[in-house]
Design a binder for this molecule. Sequence first.
Ligand code: GLU
Length: 447
Amino acid sequence: MSSDSFQPAEGATSASTEERGRATGESESALETARRQLARAAAHLEIDESIVDRLEHPTRVLEVTVPVRRDDGSVDVFTGYRAQHDSVRGPYKGGLRYHPAVTRDECVGLSMWMTWKCAVMDLPFGGAKGGVVVDPKSLSGEEKERLTRRFAQEIRDSIGPTKDIPAPDMGTDPQTMAWLMDAYSMQEGETIPGVVTGKPPTIGGSYGREEAPGRSVAIVTREICSYDDRPLEDTTVAVQGFGSVGANAARLLEEWGATVVAVSDVNGAIYDPDGVDVASIPSHDEEPEAVTRYVTEGHADAAGLERLSNDDLLELDVDVLIPAAVGNVITEDNADDIRADIVVEGANGPTTFAADAILDERGVQVVPDIIANAGGVTVSYFEWLQDINRRKWSEKRVNEELESEMLEAWNAVVREVERRDVTWRDAAYVVALSRVAEAHEMRGLWP
Ligand code: GLU
């Protein structure tokens, strides 16, 4: 059976008035947004209702308590989660975030997005997401290590290379993944690199993994510009966030000929209508908050740069806007003020459901997170293959295979856009949901 066997349902070409009405005037959590997006996508397909009902919920959510000894000898107690949404196509897969705003529901919503992200990329993985409710800036390096090792122990029974494979997300990095891999491996009595991805290359990490989410954002930006007959040389781009996603996307797009006119960090944005020299600004991982310091510390090339707020950056009159920092930045409060023609979602969930409807009505094209930043999980898949096969790939091979996987996914989405006359988000969801639903149908219900 192919995904073509799922025919468009009647009246499924746009969000219903009721759907939009429901979204209007309410603040949205990641879970609410994810559920509304699922309902909207399901309306385009003829899928057994029980499968959609099932997909509205996670398989399970693990909640754990994580006591951590601070450097001064006292003990603080943190809460952690691991939400496992769906594993019909393979082991659960998704990041772990350390952030004060982590909640159970946020993990569930983000785990749903991982299911669709892996499916739209046709990776043999399901979706998961987890995290600890903590401000990582409040932890010393040793405290972060102890927190990670204890969290790894608390979730140990639920993870593993064939069960659930964590990866970095907000507030975590390759070092965090190295500690997690070590803690898991020490308890198992053997080195098991495939339990997590996003590790440093010396211990089974993949070359190209850190740059991969930004690289995929750049690739889909290049593809949508070409689809719209817009040469990159004539394209202006504003990027919110200069972490691994934003910085790598900005650098590649600049290298490929686009003009990046604004970038930002948590303290604000810098803007130059003639283009910011993004290659000379360190990313957040290289040097935290270097974007704004570039101006405040009077870098030689900083003359002529204007300081803006992060909110102002979103409303710049550019061709492409890439929100690559945090979720929920484009809401119904500012969707009418977005002047970009194209939004490419670098972060997970930067656009609320209500804002999405407004952007659609205004003719702003939105390339959704589930394909735009999917380079991260795609190279995670390559990393997992390398770990299992004990064989290292060159960076060149990683980038070439990523390029071809991205193009295959992009072309599948383009086919749905043209076949159904729907938004980029709906098309990506249709591709993903068809594959997940088809797998559920083929496997059937146990027992
Ligand atoms: N946290 C990343 C994401 O949201 C990567 C997940 C992974 O590699 O498993 O896509």
